[in-house]
Design a protein. Structure first.
Length: 391
């Protein structure tokens, strides 16, 4: 396959590269984190087209066979081999199963045992992809680590992807900002259809492969059954806000705030939603209606803050989101003794302790933290929701 300087092809995919840039890139080595998916495959392709010396590196972080006796990690590695051989680049595999268990999964389980609903993808990026894996890439002589994340870098500052539907900055806020000086996000400027188009154009083995979902590196599975292998849960009661027993639950850890499905609670009126969890009493508290005041609050407190820009102080305005798919919400942030107190302009639904709040200023991701406390909800305050608000 020909990877000579091709300015027309590069420009077609938003890469304006001079011949001098191309020649300069040829002196640099890029290790590409290869997952066996289309995004990392096209990441490797683009770095090759830009003239870099490219090495593919696959990491195995979870060791478990599927019910049919196969291992999905082994299948993914076979796809990595096919892509790397197609692109005429060397490839290696590294095993970080122990590091993933110690650095991510144990903390994930500890939070669940306490009744929280953590986000392992954020921890995985901080502890594995951009720490252990990044360090291995640097040991291999890499000038840069490239990954298939949908985000961009603006002078080594984390910025949102062009494809807002795929933007992954939310999952990267906890990474040490100094790491980004040696990172590339080659597909962050492309919409997803263009990534697929490139994979088709170069006939990569992963061109039609479905995007993976589920827990970071663990993948798609019956979540309750999976967690039950590691957590001894205790059945208890679903109760309403007055303490009336509505039915039986399988364990507080299996439910998250705002959840509607999977509880088996019917009857007249609107659907039931999880509005609180009382871990000490082994109760899951429900209320009826998607817009029930118990689901909404104006503010939160965040700890374990990580800033990707200059560390802010005092009070400032920005936007924030408390879950991945949520549009950014205007808010006021006050930094006090290493904590961020956040007051939103509009009430927010189902904010959840031990999940993350991430802050934005225009296109830049400022950083974020772990939600430690939620302000009193509108039901506790005896308030109804404003007639017009943004969620």
């Amino acid at each position: 396959m020909n990877f000579d300087y091709n300015p027309k092809l590069l420009a077609e995919y938003g890469l304006n590269l001079t011949l001098e840039d191309y020649r300069q890139n040829a002196t640099k080595t890029v290790v590409v984190g290869m997952s066996g998916g289309v995004d990392s495959s096209v990441t490797a392709l683009i770095t090759k087209l830009q003239g870099y010396k490219v090495i593919g590196l696959f990491m195995k972080n979870w060791d478990e066979t599927n019910p049919d006796g196969t291992c999905s990690a082994d299948q993914d590695y076979q796809d990595v081999i096919k892509v790397c051989e197609k692109l005429d680049m060397p490839y290696y595999s590294v095993n970080f199963v122990k590091e993933y268990w110690d650095g991510v999964f144990e903390e994930f389980l500890a939070d669940y045992r306490k009744g929280f609903t953590p986000n392992p993808d954020i921890l995985c990026n901080r502890e594995i992809k951009f720490k252990v894996f990044y360090n291995r890439a640097r040991l291999l002589g890499a000038d840069y680590l490239a990954t298939g994340h949908y985000c961009q870098l603006d002078h080594a500052r984390l910025a949102k992807a062009v494809d807002q539907n795929k933007d992954q900055t939310y999952f990267l806020y906890a990474v040490n900002k100094d790491v980004f000086k040696h990172v590339l996000f080659p597909i962050g400027h492309l919409p997803k259809p263009k990534v697929r188009e490139l994979a088709e154009k170069f006939d990569l083995a992963t061109k039609a492969k479905k995007d993976s979902t589920g827990i970071c590196f663990i993948g798609e599975r019956n979540f309750k059954a999976f967690l039950s292998q590691y957590i001894d849960s205790q059945k208890g009661n679903f109760v309403d806000l007055n303490g009336k027993v509505l039915g039986k639950h399988d364990g507080v850890c299996f439910y998250t705030l705002g959840q509607r499905k999977g509880m088996g609670i019917g009857g007249p009126g609107e659907a039931w939603f999880v509005v609180a969890k009382n871990f000490s009493q082994n109760e899951v508290i429900l209320a009826q209606g998607d817009d029930h005041p118990a689901l909404y609050a104006d503010g939160l407190t965040a700890v374990e803050l990580n800033w990707l820009t200059d560390i802010p102080s005092g009070t400032f305005k920005c936007k924030a989101k408390v879950r991945y798919r949520q549009p950014e919400q205007p808010c006021t942030v006050t930094i006090e003794e290493g904590r961020a107190k956040v007051v939103f302009d509009h009430p927010q639904r189902a904010m959840t302790p031990r999940q993350s709040v991430v802050f934005y200023q225009d296109n830049l991701c400022l950083g974020g933290g772990i939600i430690s406390e939620i302000a009193p909800n509108y039901y506790e305050l005896g308030k109804g929701l404003p007639e017009v608000f943004s969620v």
